[in-house]
Ligand binder design. Structure first.
Ligand code: UDP
Length: 318
């Protein structure tokens, strides 16, 4: 299979590269501008004969012709900053990447049989008023707020994909990924798990933004990839976006306490100003994907954290 993974040096993209490259029949093209991706995530496979790395930006319109000529079987679009720490600093780049990037990809695959998987996000639900979030919930997003560059970028991308599906019958699947964690998430990414684990293993303060009562539902990367690959490979054609996540909700303060205990850390847990427009509760309803593919996440938080802690400890030791 000929596969393009945009954002393939980032956290989820690089884990997908590793899953797919073990099959030598796959020719994998990784396109990344390395804004939040890192070559070290793919350095162990980059010289493989079936891996091809392209340092480029999906906003560039040359992508349209490149996709048209390349005749990929599958395209996975993971190209976007996803960490609030990064997108709050680079809002224009984030919005443009999401809107112009998917425009280029869709124009490239229009009229072809390429199957596209678009990584959307639970952020499309914004400060959700419905718990858990079902796919049909329209969300509650502040369209001029500081997180809007990401939320509205992903929402616009969904809009464009569904317009292309209706108008041109493109073969595209939209997945809404809830919080995902695990190895290859950069230690400076600014996300909760990477921050807390790295703070804990260095015995630095564990920083809670707000009162710590806000919740997230954490899905281990291997479970997320199982769901993504099943959706892409099975002959399913969902006519709505599909939630992928672990429905078990955990408070931020509990995450800090669990990590502190698991790492036997001497860190203090400290409280800082909460993030603007920070969603209070996030919990996916995964009825759709379970019905469609019989998928449910298997990795418990403790187990996933154990594996993540081992990853960051190894990295710290060099
Ligand atoms: N968070 C925190 N301390 C940190 C990093 C994150 O308290 O060092 C909080 C953050 O404010 C949010 C939750 O953890 O309420 C999840 O944040 P993350 O950036 O991982 O993901 P997202 O907000 O996109 O779900």
């Amino acid at each position: 299979m000929k596969i393009l993974i945009t954002g393939g040096a980032g956290f989820i993209g690089s884990n997908l590269v590793h899953r797919l490259c073990s099959n030598k029949e796959n020719q994998i093209y990784i396109l990344d501008n390395l804004c939040t991706g890192y070559l070290e995530n793919i350095e162990d496979v980059i010289d493989n004969k079936n891996i091809h790395f392209i340092n480029s930006d999906i906003r560039n319109t040359s992508l349209i012709e490149y996709i048209q000529k390349s005749k990929f079987d599958y395209i996975y679009n993971f190209a976007s900053p996803a960490s609030p720490k990064y997108y709050l600093k680079h809002p224009v780049e984030t919005l443009e990447t999401n809107i112009l990037g998917i425009r280029n990809i869709l124009m490239g695959i229009k009229g072809s049989s390429t199957r596209l998987l678009q990584a959307s996000t639970s952020e499309v639900y914004g400060k959700a008023k419905e718990i858990p979030q079902k796919e049909e919930y329209w969300g509650n997003v502040n369209c001029t707020g500081v997180r809007a560059c990401y939320d509205e970028g992903k929402r616009s991308a969904e809009t464009l994909i569904f317009d292309y599906k209706r108008l041109y019958n493109v073969d595209a699947i939209v997945v809404r990924l809830f919080n995902t964690y695990g190895p290859r998430m950069n230690e400076n990414d600014g996300r909760i798990i990477s921050n807390f684990v790295n703070q804990a293993i260095k015995n630095e303060n564990i920083t809670i933004y707000g009162d710590g009562n806000q919740t997230r539902s954490f899905c281990y990367i291997d479970d997320t990839l199982d769901a993504i690959l099943l959706l892409m490979m099975e002959k399913v054609n969902p006519q709505c976006p599909i939630n992928i996540g672990n429905p078990i909700e955990t408070k931020v303060i509990e995450v800090a306490q669990i990590i502190k205990k698991m790492t036997k850390s001497k860190s203090n847990i400290v409280y800082e100003k909460s993030m603007e427009d920070d969603p209070i509760r996030r919990k996916p309803d995964i009825t759709e994907i379970t019905k469609l593919l019989n998928w449910v996440p298997k990795v418990q938080l403790d187990d996933g954290l154990k594996r993540s802690i081992a990853y960051y400890q190894n990295k710290m030791l060099g």
